[in-house]
Design a protein around this ligand. Structure first.
Ligand SMILES: C[S@@+](CC[C@H](N)C(=O)[O-])C[C@H]1O[C@@H](n2cnc3c(N)ncnc32)[C@H](O)[C@@H]1O
Length: 199
C-alpha cells in the first residue's frame, strides 16, 4: 500500500514522466525477472526503477544485489529506492546517461520500463540511442523492456545491428503489458559480398 501511494504521488507530480497509473504488478515484475535471468550476465542495470517493483522481483529470483544497479531520474523515487532497497546501487540520472553506469566489455542486461511511447520524441530518441550504444559496446548484452498493450510495434526503432523479439504478454497487469528483448542477433548473417565472391 505504501508503495502504491509513493508511486501515485510520482504520477501526480509528473504523469508524463511516469507514464503509468500503477507500479508493475507482481506477475509482470516476475515475468521480467525471469526473462532477465534466462541468460547469464555480469551486471543488471534497471532504468526507470520507480518504486522498485521490478528491482525486488529480480532480487527475489536470487540475482546478486551487488551486481544490480537502479537508475532513476525522479528525485523522490530515488529517495524511496535508497530507503527501501539500501543494498542496491541507486543512481540518480536520466536514461540518456546510462554510460555513467555501464562497464564497456561486461555483458550486461539492461531492464527498462521507460514510457517510450508517451515520452517527448527528442527525449525518447536520446534515451534509445544511449541504450543502443550501451548494448553495442558490450557484446552479449541485451535489453529487456516492457511496454503496455499486446505488442503491436516494438517500443522504439532499433539500429541495424540490433533485433527486437517479443518475450511474452502479461495479462495480469493494469494495463496488460508486453515484454520485449533487444539484442544483437546471436549468429551474425554472412555478409552478402563475401557470399557473392565465393561463386
Ligand atoms: C512506467 S514507470 C515504471 C516504474 C517501475 N519500473 C515499475 O515497473 O513499477 C517509468 C519510470 O521511468 C522513470 N523515467 C521516465 N523517464 C526517465 C528517464 N529519461 N530517465 C530515467 N528514468 C526515467 C519514471 O520516473 C518512472 O519511475
Amino acid at each position: 500500500m505504501r508503495e502504491v501511494l509513493a508511486f501515485a504521488s510520482g504520477v501526480l507530480r509528473d504523469p508524463a514522466n511516469v507514464g503509468a497509473v500503477l507500479p508493475a504488478s507482481r506477475w509482470l515484475a516476475r515475468a521480467i525477472a525471469r526473462e532477465v535471468l534466462r541468460t547469464r550476465c555480469q551486471m543488471v542495470i534497471e532504468i526507470g526503477a520507480g518504486t522498485g517493483a521490478v528491482t525486488r522481483a529480480i532480487l527475489a529470483q536470487g540475482y546478486p544485489r551487488d551486481q544490480l544497479f537502479a537508475l532513476e531520474r525522479d528525485p523522490q523515487f530515488v529517495r524511496w529506492l535508497r530507503q527501501n532497497l539500501p543494498a542496491v546501487g541507486v543512481v540518480k540520472a536520466c536514461a540518456s546517461e546510462v554510460d555513467r553506469v555501464v562497464r564497456p566489455g561486461i555483458p550486461t542486461t539492461i531492464v527498462s520500463s521507460l514510457p517510450f511511447k508517451s515520452m517527448p520524441q527528442a527525449e525518447a530518441q536520446r534515451c534509445a540511442s544511449a541504450l543502443a550504444a550501451a548494448l553495442c559496446g558490450s557484446p552479449g548484452s541485451r535489453l529487456v523492456q516492457y511496454s503496455y498493450g499486446f505488442g503491436g510495434l516494438p517500443p522504439f526503432a532499433a539500429t541495424a545491428e540490433l533485433r527486437w523479439a517479443k518475450a511474452g504478454v502479461v495479462l495480469r497487469n493494469v494495463p496488460p503489458a508486453t515484454v520485449w528483448t533487444l539484442q544483437r542477433p546471436l549468429r551474425p548473417r554472412t555478409p552478402r559480398i563475401a557470399a557473392a565472391g565465393t561463386r
